[in-house]
Write a protein that binds this ligand. Structure first.
Ligand SMILES: [Zn+2]
Length: 289
């Protein structure tokens, strides 16, 4: 199957690698999480590194040999192993909590690169009233089972990342935390596992964003809770096809975009800035500083 990867965040990272890889199955536009026959069912370098030695990234479209983990597959593989000599037991309630999981049988093969514009046209942005049932940071096991999904893309407002206090002596820095608004509901204290915002490698005290889309995942059980995790942050901006103006718009409702409705394309903030572009004056006024 072909999968458009939207997140490759850290999961039990060790010498053999360790990632949570998820995205969209392009055959049916459904969410899919790829899991591997390794410790805690993580994806390891064995799957995620291509023949040419590079590591898979968001927006890669990959060809994957994978099988859905359904009730029968779980029973069969728990009894006889998941391949690769791997015999960890897959909990029954994960069938309901992470129904998107597919077990990967081989290395990913890169097919092509997709763009944020293609992603935004897949129609995958959630319209649910809440992000996983309520406005809290975690679900009870019962609620996670009832939720029956663990991958979603949402548009949020006023996203702000802030560092969590360092653990004493060793200076270990936990993941950044995030607060934002979604459909008028305030969320706070969510953990960010997007490797582009790795608290151990960056030193900012706080970051605020304009229009932002998040890939949110429901994690494995931790102290009888399932935490809502921000696995990927897309700071999306807008340009007009054949952007001769040389600037982008941070907000989709910018009045300068209105008359170009049919030719508006999505882009990533970082890409535009790297290309030497700045945002339009009108958007600049609205932007959080
Ligand atoms: Zn603008």
């Amino acid at each position: 199957m072909e999968v458009l990867i939207l997140t490759r965040s850290d999961k039990h990272k060790a010498d053999d690698g360790g990632y949570c890889v998820a995205g969209i199955n392009l055959q049916n536009n459904q969410w899919i999480r790829l899991v591997g026959p390794h410790y805690h069912f993580k994806i390891a370098d064995a799957e995620a590194i291509y023949e040419d030695g590079t590591l898979c990234e968001p927006f890669d479209v990959v060809e994957v040999d994978a099988e859905k983990i359904d009730s029968q597959k779980r029973i069969e593989c728990n009894a006889h192993g998941w391949g690769n000599g791997f015999t960890e037991q897959y909990p029954e309630n994960l069938l309901s909590i992470q129904p998107e999981n597919y077990i990967v049988r081989d290395k990913f093969k890169l097919v092509r690169k997709a763009s944020i514009d293609e992603v935004m046209h897949l129609g995958i942005v959630s319209d649910d009233e809440y992000i996983y049932k309520d406005d809290t940071t975690s679900l009870s096991i019962e609620d996670a089972i009832e939720c029956n999904k663990s991958l979603v893309m949402v548009k949020v407002e006023d996203l702000e990342l802030y560092p969590k206090e360092k653990y004493d002596e060793d200076g270990y820095q936990a993941h950044y935390r995030a607060r934002f608004k979604y459909k008028g509901h305030q969320y706070d204290g969510l953990s960010v596992t997007d490797p582009d915002y790795d608290a151990a490698k960056t030193d900012f005290q706080g970051l605020k964003f304009g229009e932002t889309y998040l890939i949110m995942s429901v994690g494995e059980e931790y102290r009888e809770r399932h935490y809502k995790i921000i696995a990927k942050i897309f700071e999306t901006v807008y340009t007009i096809e054949n952007n001769t103006y040389g600037f982008f718009h941070a907000f989709s409702d910018c009045k300068y975009l209105e008359k170009y409705k049919d030719s508006v394309i999505y882009a990533l903030w970082d890409d535009m800035v790297a290309d030497g572009m700045g945002q339009c004056k009108e958007c600049e006024k609205n932007y959080l500083s």
